[in-house]
Design a protein around this ligand. Structure first.
Ligand code: NAD
Length: 282
């Protein structure tokens, strides 16, 4: 029987997943459900999906053997509850969400052991199906977060799909995932959003943004990311984010102190250490 995959939330990530699979020989049907009619139309027009709907109940029409949750993470629990009675007993489910941790255990409770958490480390500040790219995942880390209850065949099926997108798989505990990505992804986004807010506040007499150069634009590129997606990530990974922001504020306070006291040597050491760390990144 022909494979069939249903993407719920046909945006940048879901669209890229579909295009990457098609590029690499996936021959099954790819369907989509989104809350917006115009997005479903656009996704069809772009060849991301063959058929689509704005009604979750249409899961029964598409009869997918794989479901991919690709909407903002704050929507996953309620979508999972609604689709659970509508999907077949052998349907495997994954998600592309940027948060795992407790969310993975909740989704597993709702959907059962054929659910496998995934997180492609392949984002950009772009959103919307129009930006979907077939090469988005090539050579990129794809974190899979099985638990001790995850069904082995479901895990193999999801891993196989990801391999077809060109992604490089890594397996990780869901809780560890949120600590790591809270630090290296969620905090940098929070800091970029906050810096834009601060510069905006100081722009009441002179528009400071008019004078921003490459450094400012590089640093704040990610503040152009989708607000709903990031609101959901910040709230879903609240504890790790707040812990990591506290450590960040301590580092900022240390820098402030060194500047305030004009401690030239210690200031150089602080900056040199950061430069060495940053330069060593691959
Ligand atoms: P996007 O805004 O491009 O797409 C999300 C889509 O979900 C939109 O088309 C929206 O209309 C739809 N949607 C919203 N609520 C819905 C609902 N209740 N039911 C069905 N559809 C709904 O966002 P994206 O960048 O594709 O992100 C999607 C997911 O991928 C998020 O969970 C995000 O955390 C994760 N992710 C994003 C990135 C990134 O950099 N963009 C990277 C890794 C993971």
């Amino acid at each position: 029987m022909q494979e069939s995959l249903l993407i719920i939330g046909v945006g940048f990530m879901g669209g890229s997943f579909s295009l990457a699979l098609q590029k690499n020989g996936y021959k099954g049907n790819i369907y989509g459900i989104d809350i917006k009619e115009e997005i479903v139309k656009e996704a069809k027009h772009l060849g991301v999906i063959s058929e689509g709907s704005i009604r979750l109940e249409d899961v029964t029409v598409f009869k997918p053997d794989t479901v991919v949750l690709a909407s903002p993470v704050g929507t996953f629990r309620s979508i999972a509850k609604k689709i659970k009675p509508l999907i077949g007993n052998n349907t495997v489910i994954t998600d592309l969400g940027s948060v795992k941790g407790k969310l993975v255990y909740d989704l597993q409770r709702i959907l059962g052991n054929l659910y496998v958490g995934s997180h492609p480390i392949a984002g950009t500040e772009k959103s919307g199906v129009i930006h979907s790219r077939a090469d988005l995942f090539e050579g990129k880390k794809i974190i899979l977060t099985p638990t001790d209850k995850t069904d082995t065949r479901a895990l193999e099926k999801i891993a196989f799909l990801w391999e077809r997108t060109g992604g490089v798989l890594e397996f990780m505990d869901p809780t560890l995932h949120d600590w790591i990505f809270g630090a290296v992804s969620h905090v940098p986004h929070a800091v970029a959003f906050a810096l834009i807010d601060a510069i905006d506040k100081m722009s009441n007499t002179t528009d400071l943004f008019r004078y921003s150069g490459a450094g400012f634009k590089d640093f704040t590129r990610i503040a152009a990311s989708d607000p709903i997606m990031w609101r959901d990530i910040f709230l879903e990974n609240k504890e790790n984010l707040l812990k990591t922001l506290r450590v960040y504020k301590e580092s900022l306070a240390k820098l402030e102190e060194l500047i305030e006291k004009e401690e030239r040597e210690k200031l150089t050491e602080y900056l040199q250490k950061a430069k060495t760390r940053r330069t060593s990144l691959k």
